[in-house]
Ligand binder design. Structure first.
Ligand SMILES: C=CC1=C(C)c2cc3[nH]c(cc4nc(cc5[nH]c(cc1n2)c(C)c5CCC(=O)O)C(CCC(=O)O)=C4C)c(C)c3C=C
Ligand SMILES: [Fe+2]
Ligand SMILES: [Fe+2]
Length: 341
């Protein structure tokens, strides 16, 4: 039976308090995050990781000391593996996870994949929307390290995958069904932000986030006020907006309560459990919100796992090395296909 290795890519996070600074250093020394030349980039990374260490450690302590992102990703890998082996009987699948900035590092995952000696590899980011800062950075890291002979299919993005959209829509409808009067609420689709200059260079992330929101709202099929906003701003640059914090304040001031949907995340981690559940809830309370609701991430929802499975099958059934169907409509040359990746 032919062997297919599926590699799930994610950002990774510190597992202990001592990991926080080197994790931040790895993140800020990535040329896809900070576009400065070496060795200036590494100097800046050393400075920012030192400055952020204490406050970031405090935030990770709120989740027990480290990030749950690896455990969450392992659960998704196990669910996808079960789904694929149930659905496809004539192929043997093994699902690996590879993190960009902390253990298990993509480079180590590559060694495990090579040791398994698959006939084909599918690179599947746990980022539904493509960004040079996330997906491209992970793909380049994988490609550089991979010395195996099996062909690799790179799945660029799946912002409008119908099962992904329906999975979020179902979770939203579940939350909305428990609310007394929908006209007192506004849906805030909150995605991780990016510096505006990265979008101006042609990164399709923001367009894809908006495409996801449109696809999800179509599946929600209800008339409810909604808006897209961007969270987690870092550093002095101008980031894309509107910002989630200001949108929360504006929503509360207009007399409505926020229902926050983390549309660009598919697992729970610091950005959802601390920023959305604690910091932004506190902000809403401070401004007198009557209610604050957060929709959970799609995680291991069966429909989302099916979405991932469908993407794997789409990759296996295609001749193309890079599955960039959506990105190429809007990527302005930034997706792996056009970059000659
Ligand atoms: C859609 C996904 C993400 C994009 C785009 C992204 C861009 C981006 N991030 C930073 C800086 C930080 N991100 C941090 C955590 C973090 N980021 C993502 C996802 C995206 N980042 C995730 C899933 C996580 C959680 C990891 C975890 O440990 O749980 C952090 C660390 C936390 C903190 O100190 O705030 C930083 C820093 C930049 C600068 C950037 C684009 C340029
Ligand atoms: Fe981030
Ligand atoms: Fe493209």
């Amino acid at each position: 039976m032919k062997k297919v290795a599926v590699v799930l890519f994610n950002l990774g996070g510190p597992l202990t308090q001592a990991d926080v600074k080197p994790f931040l250093y790895n993140l800020f020394s990535d040329k896809y995050i900070i576009g400065l030349p070496s060795p200036l980039r590494q100097m800046v990374a050393r400075l920012i990781s030192s400055r952020r260490e204490t406050s970031a450690q405090a935030n990770y302590r709120l989740m027990g000391g480290g990030s749950p992102i690896v455990k969450e990703t392992e659960a998704q890998a196990a669910a996808l593996s079960g789904h694929l082996s149930k659905t496809v009987k004539d192929l043997e699948f093994k699902v690996f996870i590879g993190m960009r900035y902390w253990h298990p590092f993509i480079e180590d995952t590559v060694k495990a994949v090579e040791a398994w000696a698959p006939d084909q590899v599918v690179a599947l980011p746990l980022y539904p929307q493509f960004s040079t800062t996330t997906t491209l950075s992970s793909f380049v890291t994988f490609k550089k390290a991979y010395k195996g002979t099996a062909p690799v299919k790179y799945l660029c993005c799946y912002p409008q995958n119908p099962a992904f959209a329906k999975s979020y829509a179902d979770l939203i409808r579940q939350k909305l069904s428990g609310l007394a009067n929908l006209k007192d609420y506004r849906l805030l689709f909150s995605a991780h932000g990016l510096p505006e200059k990265i979008i101006k260079k042609g990164d399709p992330y923001q367009a894809q986030v908006e495409a996801s929101v449109a696809a999800i709202m179509e599946q929600v099929g209800m008339q409810i006020d909604h808006v897209v906003c961007y969270q987690s701003r870092v550093g002095p640059l101008k980031w894309i907006g509107p910002s989630t914090d200001q949108t929360i304040i504006d929503t509360v001031k207009s007399g409505k309560s926020p229902v926050v949907v983390p549309v660009a995340f598919v697992s729970e981690h610091i950005e959802t459990l601390v920023e959305l559940d604690l910091e932004y809830k506190h902000l809403a309370d401070e401004h007198g919100a009557k209610d604050y609701v957060r929709v959970p991430v799609v995680g291991i929802e069966p429909l989302f796992i099916r979405a991932l499975g469908d993407e794997v099958l789409r990759a296996i059934g295609s001749e193309a090395t890079i599955m960039a169907d959506y990105a190429c409509e809007a990527c302005h040359g930034q997706c792996p296909k056009r970059k000659g990746f």
